[in-house]
Ligand binder design. Sequence first.
Ligand code: ATP
Ligand code: MG
Length: 423
Amino acid sequence: MKKIQIPRGTQDILPGTVELWQYVESKARDLCRRFNYQEIRTPLFESTELFQRGVGETTDIVEKEMYSVANPRSTDALTLRPEGTAGAVRSYVENKMYGSPNQPTKLYYLGPMFRHERPQAGRYRQFVQFGVEAIGSSDPAIDAEVIGLAIRLYQELGLTGLSVELNSVGTLEDRARHREVLLAHLNAVRSELCEDCQSRIDRNPLRVLDCKNEKCRTLTKDAPSILDYLSEETAAHFEAVKGYLDALEIPYYVNPRLVRGLDYYTQTAFEIKMAEIGAVETLCGGGRYNGLVAELGGDDMPGIGFALSIERLLLALEKKGIQLPTETGIDCYLVVQTPEAKRTAFVLADQLRQAGVSAEIDYLDRKMKAQLKQADRLEARFTAIIGEAELANGTVVVKEMATGEQEEVKQSELVAALVAKRG
Ligand code: ATP
Ligand code: MG
Protein backbone atom coordinates (compact mmCIF):
# COMPACT_ATOMS: atom_id res chain seq x y z
CA MET A 1 0.00 0.00 0.00
CA LYS A 2 1.11 3.51 -0.75
CA LYS A 3 2.26 5.44 2.31
CA ILE A 4 0.35 8.55 3.22
CA GLN A 5 2.45 11.60 3.96
CA ILE A 6 2.05 14.48 6.36
CA PRO A 7 0.45 17.58 4.75
CA ARG A 8 2.91 20.13 3.36
CA GLY A 9 3.92 22.81 5.84
CA THR A 10 3.03 20.78 8.93
CA GLN A 11 5.25 18.77 11.24
CA ASP A 12 5.11 15.89 13.67
CA ILE A 13 6.68 16.81 16.98
CA LEU A 14 8.20 13.57 18.17
CA PRO A 15 9.45 12.37 21.55
CA GLY A 16 12.95 13.77 21.93
CA THR A 17 11.82 17.14 20.55
CA VAL A 18 8.47 17.49 22.26
CA GLU A 19 10.30 18.04 25.55
CA LEU A 20 11.61 21.34 24.16
CA TRP A 21 8.06 22.38 23.35
CA GLN A 22 6.84 21.41 26.79
CA TYR A 23 9.67 23.34 28.40
CA VAL A 24 8.96 26.52 26.42
CA GLU A 25 5.22 26.19 26.94
CA SER A 26 5.56 25.81 30.69
CA LYS A 27 7.90 28.82 30.78
CA ALA A 28 5.31 30.87 28.89
CA ARG A 29 2.54 29.77 31.22
CA ASP A 30 4.60 30.51 34.31
CA LEU A 31 5.54 33.93 32.99
CA CYS A 32 1.86 34.71 32.41
CA ARG A 33 1.09 33.65 35.96
CA ARG A 34 3.74 36.08 37.22
CA PHE A 35 2.45 38.89 34.99
CA ASN A 36 -1.16 38.06 35.93
CA TYR A 37 -2.41 37.04 32.48
CA GLN A 38 -5.02 34.26 32.47
CA GLU A 39 -5.40 31.63 29.80
CA ILE A 40 -8.26 31.70 27.34
CA ARG A 41 -9.05 28.78 25.00
CA THR A 42 -11.17 29.62 21.99
CA PRO A 43 -12.24 27.32 19.12
CA LEU A 44 -9.78 26.33 16.41
CA PHE A 45 -12.36 27.50 13.88
CA GLU A 46 -14.52 30.60 13.84
CA SER A 47 -16.89 32.21 11.39
CA THR A 48 -14.95 33.52 8.40
CA GLU A 49 -16.50 36.94 8.90
CA LEU A 50 -14.70 37.28 12.25
CA PHE A 51 -11.32 37.30 10.50
CA GLN A 52 -12.52 39.41 7.57
CA ARG A 53 -13.61 42.07 10.02
CA GLY A 54 -11.15 41.45 12.83
CA VAL A 55 -7.93 40.93 10.87
CA GLY A 56 -8.82 43.06 7.89
CA GLU A 57 -9.56 42.65 4.20
CA THR A 58 -6.23 44.13 3.05
CA THR A 59 -3.99 41.76 4.98
CA ASP A 60 -2.02 38.83 3.59
CA ILE A 61 -3.92 36.61 5.98
CA VAL A 62 -7.38 37.44 4.68
CA GLU A 63 -6.34 37.98 1.08
CA LYS A 64 -4.53 34.72 0.59
CA GLU A 65 -3.78 32.63 3.65
CA MET A 66 -7.04 31.43 5.18
CA TYR A 67 -8.25 27.84 5.23
CA SER A 68 -11.99 28.27 4.88
CA VAL A 69 -14.72 25.70 4.45
CA ALA A 70 -18.46 25.83 3.99
CA ASN A 71 -20.40 25.12 7.15
CA PRO A 72 -22.61 22.12 6.28
CA ARG A 73 -26.32 23.02 6.03
CA SER A 74 -25.61 26.65 6.81
CA THR A 75 -24.95 29.79 4.80
CA ASP A 76 -21.94 31.06 6.73
CA ALA A 77 -18.38 29.88 6.12
CA LEU A 78 -15.92 28.73 8.74
CA THR A 79 -12.19 29.38 8.85
CA LEU A 80 -9.40 27.64 10.73
CA ARG A 81 -8.04 30.38 12.95
CA PRO A 82 -5.02 32.09 11.36
CA GLU A 83 -4.26 34.12 14.51
CA GLY A 84 -5.50 34.46 18.06
CA THR A 85 -6.49 38.07 18.65
CA ALA A 86 -9.79 38.07 16.75
CA GLY A 87 -11.07 35.01 18.62
CA ALA A 88 -9.95 36.34 22.00
CA VAL A 89 -11.64 39.68 21.41
CA ARG A 90 -14.79 38.01 20.07
CA SER A 91 -14.91 36.00 23.28
CA TYR A 92 -14.21 39.10 25.39
CA VAL A 93 -17.24 40.80 23.85
CA GLU A 94 -19.47 37.73 23.80
CA ASN A 95 -18.75 36.85 27.43
CA LYS A 96 -18.95 40.47 28.59
CA MET A 97 -15.54 40.27 30.20
CA TYR A 98 -15.54 44.07 30.37
CA GLY A 99 -18.14 43.65 33.13
CA SER A 100 -15.73 41.82 35.42
CA PRO A 101 -14.22 43.89 38.23
CA ASN A 102 -10.75 42.65 37.25
CA GLN A 103 -9.68 45.28 34.77
CA PRO A 104 -7.86 45.53 32.50
CA THR A 105 -8.71 42.07 31.17
CA LYS A 106 -5.38 40.29 30.74
CA LEU A 107 -5.52 37.10 28.67
CA TYR A 108 -3.08 34.73 27.03
CA TYR A 109 -3.46 31.89 24.55
CA LEU A 110 -1.19 29.09 23.41
CA GLY A 111 -2.21 26.89 20.52
CA PRO A 112 -2.13 26.07 16.82
CA MET A 113 -2.87 28.57 14.05
CA PHE A 114 -3.35 27.81 10.35
CA ARG A 115 -2.22 29.79 7.34
CA HIS A 116 -1.84 28.76 3.73
CA GLU A 117 1.72 30.01 3.17
CA ARG A 118 4.73 28.87 1.21
CA PRO A 119 6.49 26.66 3.72
CA GLN A 120 10.14 27.35 4.60
CA ALA A 121 12.30 27.37 7.72
CA GLY A 122 10.28 29.00 10.50
CA ARG A 123 7.20 29.26 8.31
CA TYR A 124 4.58 26.56 8.48
CA ARG A 125 0.95 26.04 7.54
CA GLN A 126 0.16 24.91 11.06
CA PHE A 127 2.19 26.61 13.77
CA VAL A 128 1.79 27.29 17.47
CA GLN A 129 1.37 30.82 18.69
CA PHE A 130 1.74 32.13 22.20
CA GLY A 131 0.09 35.50 22.57
CA VAL A 132 -1.24 37.88 25.17
CA GLU A 133 -4.00 40.49 25.06
CA ALA A 134 -4.57 43.28 27.58
CA ILE A 135 -7.96 44.87 26.99
CA GLY A 136 -9.46 47.91 28.69
CA SER A 137 -6.51 50.20 29.36
CA SER A 138 -4.83 52.93 27.30
CA ASP A 139 -2.04 53.33 29.84
CA PRO A 140 1.30 53.40 27.99
CA ALA A 141 2.74 51.37 30.87
CA ILE A 142 0.77 48.36 29.70
CA ASP A 143 2.23 48.71 26.20
CA ALA A 144 5.65 48.39 27.80
CA GLU A 145 4.49 45.53 30.04
CA VAL A 146 3.32 43.55 27.00
CA ILE A 147 6.59 44.14 25.11
CA GLY A 148 8.46 43.32 28.32
CA LEU A 149 6.64 40.03 28.80
CA ALA A 150 7.77 38.81 25.38
CA ILE A 151 11.34 39.96 26.00
CA ARG A 152 11.46 38.27 29.42
CA LEU A 153 10.30 35.00 27.88
CA TYR A 154 13.15 35.06 25.35
CA GLN A 155 15.62 36.13 28.04
CA GLU A 156 14.63 33.40 30.45
CA LEU A 157 15.18 30.86 27.70
CA GLY A 158 18.67 32.27 27.13
CA LEU A 159 17.98 34.34 24.02
CA THR A 160 19.53 37.73 24.55
CA GLY A 161 20.53 40.55 22.27
CA LEU A 162 17.21 40.68 20.45
CA SER A 163 16.10 43.99 19.08
CA VAL A 164 12.74 45.62 19.59
CA GLU A 165 11.56 47.67 16.67
CA LEU A 166 9.03 50.23 17.71
CA ASN A 167 6.68 52.57 15.91
CA SER A 168 3.43 54.40 16.38
CA VAL A 169 0.99 54.10 13.51
CA GLY A 170 -1.19 56.78 15.10
CA THR A 171 -4.91 56.90 15.67
CA LEU A 172 -7.43 56.81 12.84
CA GLU A 173 -7.44 60.63 12.86
CA ASP A 174 -3.62 60.81 12.71
CA ARG A 175 -3.65 58.38 9.84
CA ALA A 176 -6.30 60.37 7.97
CA ARG A 177 -4.05 63.47 8.10
CA HIS A 178 -1.03 61.47 6.97
CA ARG A 179 -2.97 59.64 4.28
CA GLU A 180 -3.27 62.57 1.92
CA VAL A 181 0.45 63.35 1.72
CA LEU A 182 1.31 59.67 1.65
CA LEU A 183 -1.11 59.04 -1.20
CA ALA A 184 0.39 61.91 -3.21
CA HIS A 185 3.81 60.32 -2.77
CA LEU A 186 2.64 56.79 -3.59
CA ASN A 187 0.56 57.79 -6.59
CA ALA A 188 3.65 59.28 -8.21
CA VAL A 189 5.29 55.83 -8.30
CA ARG A 190 2.10 53.79 -8.45
CA SER A 191 2.70 51.95 -11.72
CA GLU A 192 6.14 50.73 -10.60
CA LEU A 193 4.94 49.18 -7.32
CA CYS A 194 4.21 45.48 -6.97
CA GLU A 195 0.73 44.15 -7.58
CA ASP A 196 -0.11 43.80 -3.88
CA CYS A 197 0.92 47.39 -3.20
CA GLN A 198 -1.03 48.72 -6.14
CA SER A 199 -4.15 47.01 -4.93
CA ARG A 200 -3.62 48.29 -1.38
CA ILE A 201 -2.74 51.93 -2.04
CA ASP A 202 -6.30 53.17 -1.88
CA ARG A 203 -7.56 50.82 0.79
CA ASN A 204 -4.66 51.04 3.24
CA PRO A 205 -1.72 53.13 1.97
CA LEU A 206 0.34 52.68 5.14
CA ARG A 207 0.65 48.97 4.34
CA VAL A 208 2.65 49.84 1.23
CA LEU A 209 5.51 51.00 3.49
CA ASP A 210 5.64 47.53 5.03
CA CYS A 211 6.06 45.70 1.71
CA LYS A 212 9.03 43.33 1.76
CA ASN A 213 9.68 43.79 -1.97
CA GLU A 214 13.09 45.51 -2.50
CA LYS A 215 11.87 47.62 -5.40
CA CYS A 216 8.84 48.87 -3.47
CA ARG A 217 11.07 49.72 -0.52
CA THR A 218 13.39 51.82 -2.68
CA LEU A 219 10.50 53.58 -4.39
CA THR A 220 8.95 54.53 -1.07
CA LYS A 221 12.08 55.27 0.92
CA ASP A 222 11.36 59.01 1.07
CA ALA A 223 7.66 58.62 1.78
CA PRO A 224 6.37 60.94 4.53
CA SER A 225 6.63 59.38 7.98
CA ILE A 226 3.53 58.80 10.08
CA LEU A 227 5.56 59.97 13.08
CA ASP A 228 5.42 63.52 11.72
CA TYR A 229 1.63 63.42 11.69
CA LEU A 230 0.88 62.22 15.22
CA SER A 231 -1.35 64.42 17.34
CA GLU A 232 0.15 65.80 20.53
CA GLU A 233 -1.69 63.18 22.52
CA THR A 234 -0.56 60.24 20.38
CA ALA A 235 3.00 61.53 20.38
CA ALA A 236 2.91 61.83 24.18
CA HIS A 237 1.65 58.24 24.47
CA PHE A 238 4.50 57.07 22.23
CA GLU A 239 7.06 58.98 24.32
CA ALA A 240 5.63 57.48 27.50
CA VAL A 241 5.91 53.93 26.09
CA LYS A 242 9.56 54.60 25.30
CA GLY A 243 10.07 55.98 28.80
CA TYR A 244 8.66 52.83 30.39
CA LEU A 245 10.82 50.63 28.16
CA ASP A 246 13.84 52.68 29.26
CA ALA A 247 12.81 52.11 32.86
CA LEU A 248 12.77 48.34 32.23
CA GLU A 249 16.14 48.67 30.48
CA ILE A 250 14.72 47.12 27.34
CA PRO A 251 16.54 48.53 24.32
CA TYR A 252 14.52 49.39 21.22
CA TYR A 253 14.86 51.41 18.10
CA VAL A 254 12.20 53.38 16.31
CA ASN A 255 11.38 52.18 12.81
CA PRO A 256 8.89 54.62 11.28
CA ARG A 257 8.18 52.14 8.44
CA LEU A 258 7.04 49.40 10.74
CA VAL A 259 3.39 48.70 10.03
CA ARG A 260 1.96 45.48 11.31
CA GLY A 261 0.16 43.44 8.69
CA LEU A 262 -3.10 43.57 10.56
CA ASP A 263 -5.53 46.38 9.82
CA TYR A 264 -6.73 47.03 13.34
CA TYR A 265 -3.50 48.34 14.80
CA THR A 266 -3.44 51.84 16.24
CA GLN A 267 -0.62 53.71 17.99
CA THR A 268 2.06 51.33 19.32
CA ALA A 269 3.33 48.73 16.84
CA PHE A 270 6.34 46.57 17.53
CA GLU A 271 8.32 43.58 16.37
CA ILE A 272 11.06 41.62 18.07
CA LYS A 273 13.82 40.51 15.74
CA MET A 274 16.95 38.47 15.73
CA ALA A 275 19.58 39.36 13.18
CA GLU A 276 21.02 35.87 12.63
CA ILE A 277 17.81 34.01 11.98
CA GLY A 278 17.99 34.55 8.22
CA ALA A 279 15.07 34.87 5.87
CA VAL A 280 12.51 34.99 8.66
CA GLU A 281 13.98 37.22 11.29
CA THR A 282 10.82 38.35 13.06
CA LEU A 283 10.22 36.39 16.23
CA CYS A 284 7.27 38.32 17.61
CA GLY A 285 4.84 40.99 16.52
CA GLY A 286 2.29 43.03 18.31
CA GLY A 287 0.71 46.35 19.01
CA ARG A 288 -2.24 48.37 20.12
CA TYR A 289 -5.65 47.77 18.56
CA ASN A 290 -7.90 50.46 19.97
CA GLY A 291 -10.48 50.03 17.19
CA LEU A 292 -10.89 46.27 17.30
CA VAL A 293 -13.30 45.70 20.18
CA ALA A 294 -15.80 48.14 18.66
CA GLU A 295 -15.21 46.62 15.20
CA LEU A 296 -16.33 43.29 16.64
CA GLY A 297 -19.47 44.71 18.18
CA GLY A 298 -18.27 45.66 21.64
CA ASP A 299 -17.96 49.04 23.31
CA ASP A 300 -15.05 51.23 22.35
CA MET A 301 -12.33 49.55 24.42
CA PRO A 302 -8.59 49.89 23.92
CA GLY A 303 -6.40 46.82 23.69
CA ILE A 304 -2.84 45.71 23.12
CA GLY A 305 -1.17 42.36 22.55
CA PHE A 306 1.49 40.34 20.81
CA ALA A 307 1.86 36.95 19.20
CA LEU A 308 4.95 34.84 18.72
CA SER A 309 5.38 31.36 17.39
CA ILE A 310 7.11 28.56 19.25
CA GLU A 311 8.55 27.34 15.93
CA ARG A 312 10.51 30.54 15.38
CA LEU A 313 11.52 30.69 19.03
CA LEU A 314 12.99 27.17 18.83
CA LEU A 315 14.65 28.03 15.53
CA ALA A 316 16.28 31.04 17.17
CA LEU A 317 17.52 28.91 20.08
CA GLU A 318 18.94 26.40 17.63
CA LYS A 319 20.72 29.09 15.61
CA LYS A 320 22.29 30.43 18.78
CA GLY A 321 23.25 26.94 19.95
CA ILE A 322 21.24 27.28 23.14
CA GLN A 323 20.22 24.01 24.79
CA LEU A 324 17.23 23.99 27.07
CA PRO A 325 17.63 22.11 30.36
CA THR A 326 14.98 19.50 29.62
CA GLU A 327 14.83 16.45 31.82
CA THR A 328 15.11 12.98 30.37
CA GLY A 329 15.31 9.50 31.84
CA ILE A 330 13.17 7.49 34.22
CA ASP A 331 13.63 6.90 37.93
CA CYS A 332 13.63 3.12 38.10
CA TYR A 333 13.85 0.14 35.77
CA LEU A 334 12.82 -3.18 37.30
CA VAL A 335 14.96 -6.08 36.15
CA VAL A 336 13.87 -9.69 36.61
CA GLN A 337 15.98 -12.82 36.30
CA THR A 338 13.18 -15.33 35.73
CA PRO A 339 9.63 -15.15 34.39
CA GLU A 340 8.40 -16.02 37.91
CA ALA A 341 9.47 -12.60 39.17
CA LYS A 342 7.55 -10.79 36.42
CA ARG A 343 4.33 -10.54 38.39
CA THR A 344 6.17 -9.09 41.42
CA ALA A 345 7.99 -6.53 39.27
CA PHE A 346 4.75 -5.63 37.52
CA VAL A 347 3.02 -4.86 40.83
CA LEU A 348 6.04 -3.01 42.26
CA ALA A 349 6.18 -0.82 39.14
CA ASP A 350 2.55 0.12 39.69
CA GLN A 351 3.22 0.97 43.35
CA LEU A 352 6.20 3.15 42.39
CA ARG A 353 4.15 4.97 39.76
CA GLN A 354 1.37 5.65 42.27
CA ALA A 355 3.99 7.13 44.61
CA GLY A 356 5.19 9.53 41.91
CA VAL A 357 8.27 7.55 40.89
CA SER A 358 8.57 6.82 37.17
CA ALA A 359 9.13 3.12 36.57
CA GLU A 360 9.40 0.69 33.69
CA ILE A 361 9.64 -3.07 33.25
CA ASP A 362 10.41 -5.38 30.35
CA TYR A 363 7.59 -6.35 27.98
CA LEU A 364 9.67 -8.13 25.35
CA ASP A 365 10.91 -11.21 27.24
CA ARG A 366 14.45 -9.90 27.29
CA LYS A 367 17.23 -11.74 29.09
CA MET A 368 18.53 -10.08 32.25
CA LYS A 369 21.53 -8.57 30.46
CA ALA A 370 19.34 -7.05 27.76
CA GLN A 371 17.03 -5.64 30.44
CA LEU A 372 20.01 -3.89 32.05
CA LYS A 373 20.97 -2.50 28.67
CA GLN A 374 17.42 -1.25 28.22
CA ALA A 375 17.64 0.43 31.65
CA ASP A 376 20.73 2.26 30.37
CA ARG A 377 18.98 3.31 27.19
CA LEU A 378 16.11 4.72 29.22
CA GLU A 379 18.63 6.59 31.39
CA ALA A 380 17.22 4.94 34.51
CA ARG A 381 18.66 6.48 37.67
CA PHE A 382 18.07 3.26 39.58
CA THR A 383 17.55 -0.38 38.72
CA ALA A 384 15.64 -2.69 41.02
CA ILE A 385 16.79 -6.25 40.42
CA ILE A 386 14.82 -9.31 41.41
CA GLY A 387 17.02 -12.37 40.94
CA GLU A 388 16.17 -15.90 42.01
CA ALA A 389 17.49 -15.32 45.54
CA GLU A 390 15.60 -12.07 45.99
CA LEU A 391 12.41 -13.67 44.71
CA ALA A 392 12.81 -16.44 47.26
CA ASN A 393 13.31 -14.12 50.25
CA GLY A 394 11.00 -11.26 49.24
CA THR A 395 13.69 -8.65 48.61
CA VAL A 396 15.00 -6.54 45.75
CA VAL A 397 18.45 -5.12 45.05
CA VAL A 398 18.36 -1.39 44.38
CA LYS A 399 21.30 -0.06 42.43
CA GLU A 400 22.10 3.57 41.77
CA MET A 401 23.46 3.58 38.24
CA ALA A 402 25.70 6.64 38.53
CA THR A 403 27.61 5.41 41.58
CA GLY A 404 27.18 1.64 41.33
CA GLU A 405 26.13 1.71 44.98
CA GLN A 406 23.64 -1.03 45.81
CA GLU A 407 21.46 -2.08 48.67
CA GLU A 408 19.08 -4.96 49.31
CA VAL A 409 15.66 -3.92 50.61
CA LYS A 410 12.41 -5.72 51.34
CA GLN A 411 9.99 -5.62 48.43
CA SER A 412 7.44 -4.00 50.73
CA GLU A 413 9.94 -1.20 51.41
CA LEU A 414 11.02 -0.52 47.81
CA VAL A 415 8.71 2.44 47.33
CA ALA A 416 9.84 4.17 50.53
CA ALA A 417 13.48 3.44 49.76
CA LEU A 418 13.29 4.89 46.25
CA VAL A 419 11.29 7.92 47.30
CA ALA A 420 14.01 8.63 49.88
CA LYS A 421 16.97 7.98 47.56
CA ARG A 422 15.47 10.01 44.73
CA GLY A 423 15.39 13.09 46.93
P1 ATP B 1 5.60 37.33 8.60
O1 ATP B 1 5.87 38.71 8.14
O2 ATP B 1 6.83 36.58 8.99
O3 ATP B 1 4.69 36.57 7.68
P2 ATP B 1 3.33 38.00 10.17
O4 ATP B 1 3.26 39.46 10.19
O5 ATP B 1 2.43 37.26 9.24
O6 ATP B 1 4.84 37.51 9.98
P3 ATP B 1 2.02 37.75 12.69
O7 ATP B 1 0.71 37.51 12.09
O8 ATP B 1 2.29 39.05 13.30
O9 ATP B 1 3.17 37.43 11.62
O10 ATP B 1 2.35 36.61 13.73
C1 ATP B 1 3.18 36.85 14.86
C2 ATP B 1 4.35 35.89 14.89
O11 ATP B 1 3.93 34.58 14.59
C3 ATP B 1 5.42 36.18 13.88
O12 ATP B 1 6.29 37.16 14.32
C4 ATP B 1 6.09 34.84 13.78
O13 ATP B 1 6.95 34.61 14.91
C5 ATP B 1 4.95 33.89 13.92
N1 ATP B 1 4.48 33.38 12.63
C6 ATP B 1 3.69 34.00 11.74
N2 ATP B 1 3.42 33.21 10.70
C7 ATP B 1 4.06 32.03 10.94
C8 ATP B 1 4.18 30.79 10.25
N3 ATP B 1 3.55 30.61 9.10
N4 ATP B 1 4.92 29.80 10.80
C9 ATP B 1 5.55 29.98 11.97
N5 ATP B 1 5.48 31.12 12.68
C10 ATP B 1 4.75 32.14 12.18
MG1 MG C 1 2.70 36.39 7.43
